[in-house]
Design a protein around this ligand. Structure first.
Ligand code: IPE
Ligand code: IPE
Ligand code: MG
Length: 256
């Protein structure tokens, strides 16, 4: 039996962000259609969310569909949207059982109407749940988020509700897709990317300024709970300094 990877409870990340990559390559390596990898990937999301709840992770952001992914073949986009819709319907009982609160970030207006409706209904149905926030990045692009945030601030200024001098990091943060949250709560502690890649691909530029990066070789369909715990153990082995001198021991979070 495999030995469970031990984690230090006091040094767990508050916010985990995962770039779920390699579905297509995994399927093709087995001689299957790429879309079979996406189907398997949806199963993995359930296991990783459940483990995050067990560990007490406050926020889990999953990169599910990027703004660039709209450029994929229409048939693959349709399968991904269909899987997302089914996931939202099938997962509701598990989200309730685990006390998981669903959120979504991205240009959600671009999603097919029925997906958007089910997404909105699931977000509403889970809004009071106390455990992990599962934030799905859908039709998400980091540059889009920064530009949309600037536009939202400009609208406030033009309407006379916000003075330009009042635009600070906190005001900016409050206009990001996720909206206002307690100071520092949106900061990503660790970005995990699967399939051995080492790039951000337009993911969370604001939120990841001091994130640790962990790349694992497994493609997303093979991202088991054991692989997740191994990635978190690697995160825990890092010394986070945030530009400071580590005189008082290792810091956990960005100083305010
Ligand atoms: C991740 O797997 C899923 C999405 C990006 C939607 P990919 O579909 O990117 O799989 P690879 O990277 O081509 O193998
Ligand atoms: C990043 O994966 C987007 C998601 C995981 C949703 P991609 O497969 O789209 O990224 P690139 O093209 O390899 O950078
Ligand atoms: Mg990919």
């Amino acid at each position: 039996m495999p030995v469970e990877i031990l984690l230090m409870p006091e040094r767990l990340p508050r916010h985990v962000a995962i770039i779920m990559d390699g579905n297509g390559r995994w399927a093709q390596a087995h001689g299957w259609q790429r879309t079979r990898g996406h189907e398997q990937g949806a199963e993995v999301v359930r296991a990783v969310t459940t483990e995050s709840v067990r560990l007490g992770i406050a926020r889990l952001t999953l990169y599910a569909f990027s703004s660039e992914n709209w450029s994929r073949p229409a048939a693959e986009v349709a399968v991904l949207m269909g899987l997302l819709h089914r996931f939202l319907i099938d997962e509701l009982p598990t989200l309730h059982a685990n006390g998981v609160r669903l959120q979504a970030i991205g240009q959600l207006d671009r999603l097919p109407r029925e997906v958007r409706q089910t997404l909105d209904a699931t977000i509403a149905a889970t809004r009071d749940h106390p455990n992990t926030i599962l934030s799905l990045a859908l039709s998400y692009g980091g540059r889009d988020e920064l530009v949309d945030t600037c536009r939202a601030l400009a609208v406030e200024v033009a309407a006379g509700r916000l003075a330009p001098a009042a635009i600070d990091a906190e005001a900016f943060q409050a206009h990001l897709y996720a909206g206002a949250c307690p100071k520092g709560a949106d900061a990503v502690d660790v970005v995990i990317r699967t399939a051995g890649e080492h790039r951000l691909s337009n993911f969370l530029p604001w939120q990841t300024i001091y994130a640790e990066y962990v790349s694992v070789p497994e493609p997303w369909p093979e991202f088991t709970v054991a692989v997740y715990r191994r990635a978190l153990a690697e995160y825990q082995s890092r010394e986070r300094r945030f530009g400071c001198v580590p005189a008082n021991g290792v810091r956990q979070h960005l100083p305010h």
